[in-house]
Design a protein around this ligand. Sequence first.
Ligand code: TYR
Length: 251
Amino acid sequence: AIDVTLPGVKLPSGGLHVVTRILYELSDIFESMGYRVVEGREVEDETHNFDALNMPSWHPARDLQDTFWLENGQLLRTHTSNMQVRYMETHEPPLKIVVPGRVYRYEATDATHESMFHQFEGLVVGEGITMADLKGAISEMARAMFGRGARVRFQPSYYPFTEPGADFAIWWDQEQRWLELGGSGMVHPNVFRAVDDLRAAKGLPRVYEGKTGFAFGLGPNRIAMLRYGIPDIRYFYGNDLRFLTQFKGDL
Ligand code: TYR
C-alpha cells in the first residue's frame, strides 16, 4: 500500500541564468517601446563585423578589438554591431531593433575581462532621428532598469561607425555613483552607404542614403555584476552551481 501522507521527493530543477534574465529584462523594456528583438550570427565575415561599419582593414580602430580568426577567413564577432549591417541589408527603414547576444575578444582574462561576454545592441533608423531620441531611449531604459531616480550622462567618444559618438553612464541612486554602461552615437553616413552597396549587390533598392539613425551597445554582464554585487566576470560562465543557484531565476 502507498502511504500518501509521506513527504514527497523534491526534484532538482533548473532555472534561467542571471545573464539571460538581464537580457530578457532589457528586451522586454525595449519591446514595450516598439522595438523588435532580433538575434544574429556569432560566426561572421570581415565585411559585416568591420568594413561596412566604417572600419576598413587599415583602420587603426581595428586594434581596439582583438579578434578571434577562424581558419576559413571568418571570425567570431567582436561586437553585436554586425547585426546593424545584417538587419539593414535585408530590411527597409523605418526600423527599431535591439540585439542581445554573445561576442568574443581575444584578450587576457581577469575579473572584468572574459574572451566571451554579452552585448545588447540597439538601432533606430528613420527620418529626422536625432541625438535627443537616443537620449530618450537610454533614459527610459535606465529608469525601467534602475528605478525612477536613474539619470543618464553622455560623454563624447569615438566609434568609427558613429558620428558623433558618445559613451553613456547611468546614475545609480542606491550606490550614489555613475556606472559606465556602453557606447552609442548617430549612425555614420558611411555605414548607410556601405549597407546600400550590399543591398545593391543583392538587387535590392538603395534606401538608406539620406536617412538618420542612432545606435548603442551596452554590457549586460556589467549590469548583473553591479546590481548583484558579483565581483568577477568569470563566475558567469564557470558553471559552478554554488554561484548559479544564488541567482537562479524562474524556468
Ligand atoms: N560596438 C561597440 C563596442 O563593442 C559599442 C557600440 C555600439 C558603440 C553601437 C556605438 C554604437 O553606435 O564597444
